[in-house]
Unconditional design. Sequence first.
Length: 153
Amino acid sequence: MLLKTLTFSTLSILFTLICIGGYVSASGVGLSCPDWPLCPAGLVPLEDFIIEYFHRTIAAITGLMVIVTMMFILKSKQTPKGMKIASLIAGSAVISQITLGAFVIIERLHAHLVTLHLGIGIILFSMSIIVTLYAWKIPEKQKSIPRMQNKST
Ligand code: HEM
């Protein structure tokens, strides 16, 4: 149950992050936080850059959740090889994505970098769906049901 909850929560927060990313891009507020890694007021969320602030904060939480999920899956003996591979790709994608986020800012939203940012986001989301589907296919550990004893023998 823990793995199902963890993978589904990670997928849900990632979905939210991608939607916020789309909003950042479409509303043209990508450079409202021109610095890296923090916004101009440090950890204080000001209205001037609240959307980009959310994008970065949720990216940090998502990154942590993807890595925790990956470590959990790699350590578990119950998880199949395909799931381990997908979670490894997701872990690498999230690290690349957060690093790339820094370059997107430093290079002032260079079109190639923003396109790559979108592409890696799609790979990350696809891998997270695969990991979640695997988690929901793994049967729960069978509860020990006492076997009926045949007393006549
Ligand atoms: C797991 C981490 C992240 C994911 C999945 C993610 C995803 C996305 C997506 C899907 C978009 C929309 C792209 C588009 O519509 O073309 C976006 C935009 C953006 N992201 Fe991220 N992002 C992540 C982390 C970061 C980080 C750490 C930064 C650091 C500053 C960042 C900065 C930006 C910026 C500035 C835009 C707007 C680009 C523009 O104006 O066109 N992202 N992100």
